[in-house]
Design a protein around this ligand. Structure first.
Ligand SMILES: Cc1ncc(C[n+]2csc(CCOP(=O)(O)OP(=O)(O)O)c2C)c(N)n1
Length: 726
């Protein structure tokens, strides 16, 4: 026996600048780089000043000390480059903004005033960080959530590593649309250990995305050093493990990073696929304060000093002068123009001086707007005709199963709309995924039915980013409970992005989620996710109970500009219904459907329980008003139809198959008693499963989910409570 080493051939390199490289930088590039760096530095100093005056509400993570990395990188990349980042992103956003607005002929060393567009954007960025009306997102995002798509700033993220899967989505969309812009995702050394980072690296490499992973290694995550966070301190082993070539560079030297960015761009363009840059930098202050980290004891003053002497300011000022690309007077002239613009931005937000400084009161957003833009206004449905099965002639209908309806409606829409992509585990294999929901689609739409590795958080984030960048992704979650693995990307990101970024984007993502029901998949596969998604008002939740409903609701989901969860009960896969042959009909979001008329009592129900209610009611002599809710997002529940029924019957039960904890019935009951109290003869009743998740054992699974006996019992109880016989 012998052991042989396994070598990984993926390159990991260090970029070492040589003295001659300074001379090869031309004056125009030098001015651009200096302008980006100084803008970031002066802007950050101004924010620090505001922070000291306690005028920044919440944290402002200072980047002072580490601006050279982002400035060097972005100065070396095309103006249409897209970026995102994390909580510490002011410097990246300023550098990106200045680069995007920096015309080729612009000479900052001879103009004492920065161009108006730069001045305006600096003011609006400052306003955003202060939470003000004129900010990029109307003050909704603040320091950690910065977005200005027009400048290539796609949205920074307060969840450490949360932006990396989303960056994959922006890059995926760019590639899908045939564009040649690259995406840069900035993150810190702490983020390197997150699963989302690894999922994103794997996805970017697998799909060969035009994405630069840019690690700003400032050596600390709050107070945790790299050594305290990982045994393998060669950080470039991470991209190497995912097949991504990487380079380490001195981030205190913007010219080194400029060269690294040139290398990265060339790699992305010529080799295809992502690259990774590690820039070694240092933040001079603690996490989000104006106090040095040494004051908290996790590093020494000597260490801080050893980095401060390498500050990019002196380095650039001296070296560029020495090598003749930018005289110190020119450097200082640029600095003056930038300082004046930053001071003007400051003045535009603040009145008073010193300790009496305050935010100009007229700049605060109107508190009345707090709930605006949680979702879109559904204006995309203007002119759309909504139909029910009764509206069709018999010859225009055909019978199909729900599972057949799924692949057929997706196929019909994909034929018309090239921006629709389907993502999910196994979706492009076996002719149509694990249950046949994508049957026939992989062959017809090669490249648009995209197999994903088992990285729910990663591919849901990718889909969210792709949706924000103009694609219409449909994500298949193999089993409903897997949404919990993707909780951050679905609930914290996709569901909040529109509101958080002040309505500057839509996330038209469709999430298909299979609920296994009585299939023996047990506690960790079987939850109905509606109850959790309902807590996040950015999501629309659609609940089809027939193949007709599925097609109509899927068509609406694909037209809708909001993220939509569409529930797919596996028990209904084989159920048949009449569906229009052209598969073109729409069902309105926010409208319930009366499936049986009666005046004895009202059942509000959904999914598999619609048919159960119908059968039980018929068995007990009918007279039951049965309402299929169809839309379950709490702000969309159709209280008009519900109220109409309650006014007639005076008795209502909400019937769901799911477990007690996952039920949305309590929310609906609460709303009913406040809206229709005077019309109720008795308390609102609820049918749900038990508290336990459905366990694998068949009898325990049956006991965990509500069934026809529960429906019968509640009907009898309601009638008895009102002194009526069943
Ligand atoms: C998922 C998540 N966990 C924890 C935090 C709290 N937090 C904010 S910044 C930070 C440190 C991040 O370190 P690093 O990624 O190295 O970036 P740096 O702050 O150094 O720029 C932590 C723990 C968070 N925002 N998100």
């Amino acid at each position: 026996m012998k052991f042989e080493n396994i070598n990984n051939e993926v390159t990991m390199q260090t970029l070492k600048l040589e003295e001659g490289d300074w001379a090869s930088l031309d004056a125009a590039d030098a001015k651009r780089m200096v302008t980006l760096f100084l803008s970031a530095r002066r802007f950050e100093e101004s924010i620090l000043q505001l922070d000291k005056l306690k005028l920044v509400h919440g944290p402002a993570h200072s980047s002072i000390g580490q601006e050279g990395g982002a400035a060097g990188c972005l100065a070396g990349l095309p103006r249409d480059t897209m970026i995102n980042g994390t909580h510490r992103a002011h410097h990246q956003c300023v550098a990106k903004m200045i680069n995007a607005l920096y015309d080729d002929g612009f000479d900052p060393s001879t103009s004492s005033r920065l161009p108006e567009a730069m001045r305006t954007e600096l003011g609006h960025l400052m306003a955003e960080i202060l939470g003000l009306r004129d900010g990029w997102s109307g003050g909704r995002g603040g320091s950690m959530h910065l977005r200005r798509e027009e400048l290539g700033i796609m949205g920074t993220n307060a969840i450490v590593a949360g932006g990396l899967p989303i960056a994959c989505g922006h890059a995926f969309a760019e590639k899908a649309k045939g564009g040649d812009a690259v995406m840069v995702s900035f993150f810190g050394d702490g983020a390197l250990h997150q699963g989302a980072t690894h999922e994103a690296m794997n996805l970017a490499a697998l799909y060969e995305l035009p994405l630069i992973f840019f690690l700003e290694n400032n050596r600390y995550a709050v107070s945790m050093s790299v050594a305290q966070s990982t045994r393998e301190q060669e950080l470039l082993t991470r991209p190497q493990a995912h097949g991504i070539p990487s380079i380490r560079v001195d981030g205190m030297n913007p010219l080194s990073v400029w060269h690294a960015a040139n290398w990265a761009l060339q790699q992305v363009r010529e080799q295809g696929g992502p690259v990774f840059i590690q820039a070694d930098v240092y933040r001079y202050y603690h996490q989000s304060s104006a106090i040095p980290g040494s004051a908290f004891g996790y590093r020494t003053k000597q260490e801080e000093e050893s980095w401060r002497v390498r500050d990019p300011y002196d380095l650039l000022r001296n070296k560029l002068n020495e090598h003749g690309s930018l005289a110190t007077e020119q450097f200082d002239a640029i600095d003056n123009a930038i300082s004046e613009a930053v001071a003007a931005a400051y003045e535009s937000c603040i009145e008073g001086k010193g300790s009496s400084s305050r935010i100009r009161p007229e700049l605060w957003p109107d508190p009345e707007t707090v709930d605006n833009g949680l979702t879109g206004d559904l204006s995309e449905f203007e002119g759309v005709q909504f139909t029910e099965v009764e509206d069709y002639a018999k010859e225009d209908l055909e019978e199909m199963t729900l599972i057949e309806a799924m692949s057929r409606v997706m196929g019909a829409r994909m034929r018309e709309d090239e921006s629709i992509y389907v993502f999910g585990e196994d979706v492009a294999n076996m002719g149509g995924g694990t249950v046949g929901a994508t049957k026939g689609l992989p062959a017809e739409f090669p490249g648009r039915i995209v197999n994903t590795p088992i990285t729910e958080n990663g591919f849901c984030g990718l889909a969210a980013g792709a949706a924000a960048s103009g694609l219409k992704p449909i994500v298949e979650l193999m089993y409903s409970d897997f949404f919990l693995v993707a909780g951050d990307q679905l609930l914290n990101q996709a569901g909040k992005m529109r509101h958080l970024f002040g309505g500057t984007l839509s996330v038209p993502l469709v999430l298909r989620s299979r609920i296994p029901g009585h299939e023996g998949y047990g506690s960790q596969h079987s939850m109905d996710p509606a109850g959790v998604f309902a807590l996040f008002p950015g999501w629309r939740i659609l609940a089809p109970s027939t193949a007709f409903d599925y097609v109509g609701l899927m068509n609406s989901a694909l037209r809708c500009q909001d993220p939509v969860l569409i529930l797919e009960p596996q028990e209904l896969h084989r159920s048949k219904a009449l569906v229009p042959k052209n598969l073109d009909h729409f069902i309105p979001i926010g409208q319930a459907h009366k499936v049986a008329e009666g005046d004895r009592l009202t059942l509000l129900t959904t999914l598999t329980m619609v048919e159960t209610c119908r059968q039980v009611a018929a068995k007990l002599g009918g007279g039951v008003d049965i309402v299929d809710l169809r839309t379950l997002s709490l702000r969309d529940i159709d209280y008009e139809t519900i109220g109409e029924s309650i006014r007639k019957t005076g008795k209502v039960a909400i019937v769901e198959q799911t477990t007690r904890g996952a039920s949305i019935g309590s929310h609906i009951a609460d709303e009913i008693q406040r809206r229709f109290f005077d019309y109720l003869d008795q308390p609102v009743k609820r049918v749900t499963g038990g508290w336990a998740p459905p366990t694998v054992s068949k009898v325990l699974e049956d006991a965990a989910l509500a069934n026809e006996h529960d429906v019968e019992a509640v009907i009898r109880e309601m009638l008895a409570d009102s002194g009526l016989a069943a």
